[in-house]
Design a protein around this ligand. Sequence first.
Ligand code: HGY
Ligand code: MN
Ligand code: MN
Length: 424
Amino acid sequence: MTSPTPEKITVNGDRLWQSLMDLAEIGAYDDERTGLRGVNRLALTDADAAGRRQVITWMEQACLTVRIDRMGNIYGRREGTDPHATPVLTGSHIDSVATAGAFDGCLGVLGGIEVIRTLDERGITTRRPIEVGVFTEEEGVRFGTDMLGSAVAAGRLTLDYAHALTDRDGLTLGDELARTGSNGPTDVRLTPPHAYVECHIEQGPVLAEHNVEIGVVTGVQGISWQEITIHGRAAHAGTTPTHLRADAGLAAAQIIVHLRAMVDSGEYEGLRATVGHLIVHPDLTNIVPARAELTVDLRNPDDAQMARAERALAALLEDLEGSQPGLSLTTRRMAKTAYVPFDTGVQKVIAQAADDHALDHISLLSVAGHDAQEIAALCPTAMIFVRGEYDGISHNPREYSTPQACTHGVDVLATTCLRLANQD
Ligand code: HGY
Ligand code: MN
Ligand code: MN
């Protein structure tokens, strides 16, 4: 029995929360530092594969037609009344970093499924189909390129490039897709949807600082990832005079300190710099490090400032080459995305939905990367942010949004999808 289309819809917050907590148990671990239950579900590990199977089960239970593409991206489809209409796409990712919480990415996927359950329960049809997407390796922390599945779906990166990427053990993404049974038969290039809207935790302090529930996201700042390898010379820690050393560890430290000085200088407006991966070799107490490997993650809302920062880093690396006898450095580009603006029309639908749910909202730029920045190349796209607790900490088991905050975000998602799905 079909019900008349309501003005807005509210979802079953308890069922949403339960699915978040159930998914968080897949790949769960006891985090010593925080004493909390964390989540470690790196892309295409056994834990991720188990999470994928669970999400596919939930999609099938919600009567979605599930398809999986050759990148392992999963799409669950609910038909609309118009078989020729392009779908409204929602979703996100369920792969996690190694010290994750329960919400990053998962809220967007499980929120999308909750929207479908609610529409079905209420007997609500939409003109356009609605699809829920789960994109592979959004985090990029296993295979080295972030937003990977959505970038291939949108055509920015090729399937061959993605399949050939390797993790630190030399396993390729293509092999891991096959090993975990995550690869599917369908073509990876996504037919442009009517619109894409993604619900995601903010992962920062801004919504809480403004004491509002909802963020209407205006775009995503630029991201630059590179790997730097410093080639020094192993030498005895006691007998080698300082002026004869080619100390790769020293050069790595100089890079880290210099990056922070660039940020603190304020000369690159809004620059954030992180060396998240750092190893030295042979990594022994009494040997001057022969080699250092590190990654540099730069973020900037302005592409010109990002380019300036990358040039400044390149200049530093050149200076370091001559700073110690025989020291050399090589770099490898891992990921690079420019600032991406979101569609103002979709932002308006989100803001109106938040108003209709009597939820305060502000507009803000995303300073984290998201699949939406890739899908924005295909169709009008925007995001809904949900506020977090504890300064919005994320990529840490302390990541937390309240059941109420999650329900508010998915209520706005539901009403936004409903309205987009009935647009001409
Ligand atoms: O790195 C990011 O901004 C996101 O968590 N992938
Ligand atoms: Mn995310
Ligand atoms: Mn993340």
